[in-house]
Write a protein of this length. Structure first.
Length: 118
């Protein structure tokens, strides 16, 4: 499974961005992770392809929304009310469990950079 993330960019604090992750195949779940400079990779959100069940990190709950388009094999991450601490490289990943642990995901895309200016 190949994953291609896109949609990153520069945005002011309080603004919005939508990330996309196009998948060449299907796994049970898709997740978004992020890694800020000098920090470890952290979980952001995940979704099950079939049921649409979602899972969010507390830090983004209420601001970010994950969704999927089954016909397009694409997962989205709508990010609203962005804060400077959301600045990171965002990665999409595919795996067999709806999990917040990065080692549960077998397939990874190249990241897309999100920069939030304050």
């Amino acid at each position: 499974v190949q994953l291609q993330a896109s949609g990153g960019g520069l945005v002011q604090a309080g603004g919005s961005l939508r990330l996309s992750c196009a998948a060449s195949g299907r796994t049970l779940a898709m997740g978004w992770f992020r890694q800020a400079p000098g920090k470890e990779r952290e979980f952001v959100s995940a979704i099950k392809w079939n049921s649409g069940i979602t899972y969010y990190a507390d830090s983004v709950k209420g601001r970010f929304t994950i969704s999927r388009d089954n016909a397009k094999n694409t997962v989205y991450l709508q990010m609203n009310s962005l804060k400077s601490e959301d600045t990171a490289i965002y990665y999409c990943a595919g795996g067999g469990l709806l999990s917040n642990r990065y080692n549960e995901y077998n397939y990874w895309g190249k990241g897309t950079l999100v920069t939030v200016s304050s």
